[in-house]
Ligand binder design. Structure first.
Ligand SMILES: C[S@@+](CC[C@H](N)C(=O)[O-])C[C@H]1O[C@@H](n2cnc3c(N)ncnc32)[C@H](O)[C@@H]1O
Length: 275
């Protein structure tokens, strides 16, 4: 069972402290549609970060996630009538869905957990001709005003003496931006694979994710990491909270206070493919 699917995972914190995706990105996605999507599936929908936005782009949207905790939180948020949610995963999401019947499949910040080769095949099967598969993600944020803080957050997030060994299998894929698991151009047409760091892309083509938050909220964001929940379960009784240590190290280095306002930017990747 993935960490997000455990019943004690704090899905409300996920909803509050994770970033959302900018309107420009959905505008760019929309340019790929041959007509308004009738049916969209948002797989790995979490608490609905992308699902609710897709409600403006498609006639109906189904958010699917393998965590009942996330789905309960998503259902509890007020949402438009054309959005529904169900529990499912990358192996079952197409059960009961007819071949060639879906116009858009999105996966935001979740495909690294999937068994990607069979997922790509299934997605291709249920998409209509010209339907779009869109996968995107973000990781490894920087504080714009204090870029040097990234060395500290990188150490706590990935070094084996810190959270490094507590990530579920698959997280590395996101860390390496799916370089070995791209949407296959043997199945899909017009494949795009892009980073926000690419100099040659126009601002409209980039997925730029940034969020103004207090330093305290920034620390709360780290506590939504699945690896942190695994660390908490394995932690020795007297061991100091790993992110309390990180917080102190950052404050000592920068003079930041919990109430200081900062701008956080994430590295991003997206991949689109057309059936
Ligand atoms: C980091 S969250 C992303 C949530 C949301 N899409 C977003 O953009 O913030 C990853 C989500 O993928 C879900 N997930 C993990 N493995 C999955 C799988 N095999 N099939 C479907 N969902 C999965 C988790 O339960 C979690 O809600």
């Amino acid at each position: 069972m993935s960490t997000f699917a455990q019943s004690n995972y704090a899905a409300h914190n996920y909803k509050n402290f994770r970033p959302v995706y900018p309107p420009q990105f959905y505008e760019y996605l929309k340019k790929h549609f041959v007509s308004k999507p009738n049916l969209a599936i948002d797989l790995g929908c979490g608490t609905g970060q992308a699902t609710f936005e897709l409600a403006n782009l498609a006639e109906s949207v189904v958010g699917v996630d393998n965590s009942a905790t996330m789905i309960d939180q998503a259902r509890a948020s007020s949402h438009p009538d054309n959005v529904s949610f169900r529990v499912g995963n990358d192996r079952t999401f197409a059960d009961g869905v007819s071949p060639d019947s879906v116009d858009l499949i999105t996966v935001a910040e979740a495909a690294h957990w999937f068994d990607l080769a069979p997922f790509y095949k299934t997605a291709h099967e249920i998409l209509r001709k010209d339907g779009i598969l869109a996968i995107w993600g973000y990781c490894d944020q920087t504080i714009q005003e204090y870029p040097a803080v990234s060395d500290i957050t990188e150490k706590y997030s990935y070094h084996p003496d810190y959270l490094g060994k507590f990530w579920d299998q698959g997280r590395d894929r996101l860390h390496h931006f799916y370089s070995d698991d791209k949407i296959p151009d043997t199945l899909f047409r017009d494949v795009e694979y892009r980073f926000n760091s690419s100099k040659e892309l126009s601002p409209q083509e980039k997925l730029e994710i940034s969020k103004q938050m207090t330093f305290k909220e920034f620390m709360d964001y780290f506590r939504t990491y699945s690896a942190y929940h695994t660390w908490l379960a394995a932690r020795g009784g007297s061991e100091e909270d790993i992110f309390d240590r990180m917080q102190r190290e950052i404050m000592d280095r920068t003079g930041l206070k919990l109430e200081s306002t900062i701008t956080v930017k994430w590295n991003t990747v997206y991949m689109f493919g057309r059936k």
